[in-house]
Write a protein that binds this ligand. Structure first.
Ligand code: ARG
Length: 462
């Protein structure tokens, strides 16, 4: 079925008939690539400036086309832009409208292809998105730092295998999530270097017979580097895959925070009380207060992983150079960025306002058995080989659990340990013992807080 006569404007010389409706419906990307209009217009500005510099555009026409580009940008921004049936994607839409406003717009595609154009737009967009997401990660990390600073010496059980292991400072636990975010920031800034390379001037795939200056357009657009190979420039979407990975791993970190908050907010743990503004109720059970933000932080990670693996699958079979499959780069990337932004903001609000039930945490951390490793290490200092010490304390724990007496009494009564060692099982003592660098004792967490603050300032500034 032939579509409207007005379609196929860009290649009308070669075609007699118009495109079918089915082709248009599948092929058109304007509904989603429209959000790159600013980047598309910026790319055109840089391109026609360069064309003027090298004598392919006259400066009067350049100024008229620049004015038309300003108008189109305004129309896009205020919603007054009217989409024409021929507008296949953002590139054709902008060019069509500019040319309507100013006939010299017909020259703006000189030496350019949508292949280098779309790669340019998406790199510009991604660079901005990486910066936005990084700012939100910094914000969340600052919240974690503030909460970790505020909780002072509060302690809770540290867990392995979801079994109480050794007590640690609450600040230490919170910062553990913070350090993961530091790595996310580092990764995003590392990826950003590879995003920040201009593909403009690669043409459809092979460069140009015209005297284009790709270095000049890169400079106009503020790119840090320029492509080296035109074939690679139009077909490389590593930067998309890489940022999708960064966002996926960040999403996984947010998911782990979320999972812990879900557990901590449960009646069984009772470690936190969520603020009303950051929790929801049940439509049926009046007593419920649900940690939906934490659950969604956990749930959204699945979607992020899907975008990453889906896009890698799109890429894996593609021969050089541009193939239309690459149009599938934008929706997953846009959605991943939107998803991560929403999650970061909501999680930040939740962590900022959550109440820590430090009495409940301290009570959970006060189990005498949590000091078992300290008892074994006490024996080591007295000269007992660790394996033997482990067995001695293990036997005391077993006897205590079997009802032979409290661990404290059994320790006092044991000739190898004695009353001096029994103080280790007193509530609040064990947590103070692990004072090695990066350990969980409140006294060394003070240094960790300093290092975290310093690292965060470095990453936030850089
Ligand atoms: N909408 C296309 C995309 O997103 C733009 C590039 C089209 N290039 C082409 N030769 N058809 O990839």
């Amino acid at each position: 079925m032939a579509g409207g006569e007005s379609r196929g404007e860009l290649w009308h010389g070669r075609f007699e008939g118009g495109p079918s409706e089915a082709l248009q419906a599948l092929n058109d990307s304007l509904p989603f690539d429209r959000r790159m209009y600013r980047e598309d217009i910026a790319g055109s500005r840089a391109h026609i400036r360069m064309l003027t510099d090298v004598g392919l555009f006259d400066s009067v026409e350049r100024d008229r086309v620049l004015t038309a580009l300003d108008t189109v940008e305004q129309e896009m921004a205020d919603g007054s832009f009217v989409v024409a049936p021929s507008d296949e994607d953002i590139h054709t839409a902008v060019e069509r409208r500019v040319t309507e406003l100013e006939p010299a717009g017909a020259k703006m595609h000189t030496g350019r292809s949508r292949n280098d154009q779309v790669a340019t737009d998406l790199r510009l967009w991604t660079r901005g998105a990486v910066d936005d997401v990084s700012d939100l990660v910094v914000r969340l990390a600052r919240t974690i730092l503030a909460r970790a600073t505020e909780v002072g010496d509060a302690q809770l059980p540290g867990y392995t295998h979801m079994q109480q292991a050794q007590p640690v400072a609450l600040a230490h636990h919170l910062l553990a999530h913070g350090w993961a975010l530091m790595r996310d920031l580092d990764r995003l800034s590392d990826s950003r270097r590879r995003v920040d390379v201009s593909p403009l001037g690669a043409g459809a795939l092979a460069g140009s017979s015209l005297p284009l200056d790709p270095v000049a357009t890169a400079e106009y657009l503020g790119f840090a580097a320029v492509f080296d190979n035109s074939l690679d420039a139009v077909s490389d979407r590593d930067f998309v895959a890489e940022v999708l990975f960064d966002l996926s791993l960040l999403g996984v970190h947010l998911s782990r925070i979320g999972e812990e908050m879900v557990l901590w907010a449960s009646q069984e743990f009772g470690f936190v009380e969520l603020d009303d503004a950051f929790s929801t109720g049940s439509s049926m059970m009046p007593q419920k207060k649900n940690p939906d933000i934490a659950e969604l932080a956990r749930g959204k990670a699945g979607r992020l992983l899907g975008h990453l693996t889906g896009f890698l699958a799109t890429l894996k079979g593609l021969p050089l150079t541009y193939n239309k499959d690459l149009q599938e780069d934008k929706e997953p990337l846009f959605d991943a960025v939107d998803t991560v932004r929403l999650t970061l903001l909501a999680l930040d609000g939740m962590l900022n306002t959550v109440g820590f039930n430090t009495d409940r945490m301290a009570e959970a951390a006060s189990s005498p058995y949590a000091a078992a490793t300290d008892l074994a290490e006490w024996l080591v200092v007295e000269g007992t080989p660790f394996r033997e010490a482990h067995a001695i304390v293990g036997a005391l724990v077993r006897r205590s659990l079997a009802g032979e007496g409290s661990l404290s009494d059994l320790v006092s009564a044991d000739a190898r340990l004695g009353p001096e060692a029994a103080f280790l099982v007193e509530p609040g003592v064990s947590v103070t013992r692990r004072t090695t660098r990066g350990g969980g004792a409140p006294s060394v967490v003070v240094d960790e807080l300093d290092r975290f603050r310093e690292r965060l300032n470095q990453l936030a500034g850089g």
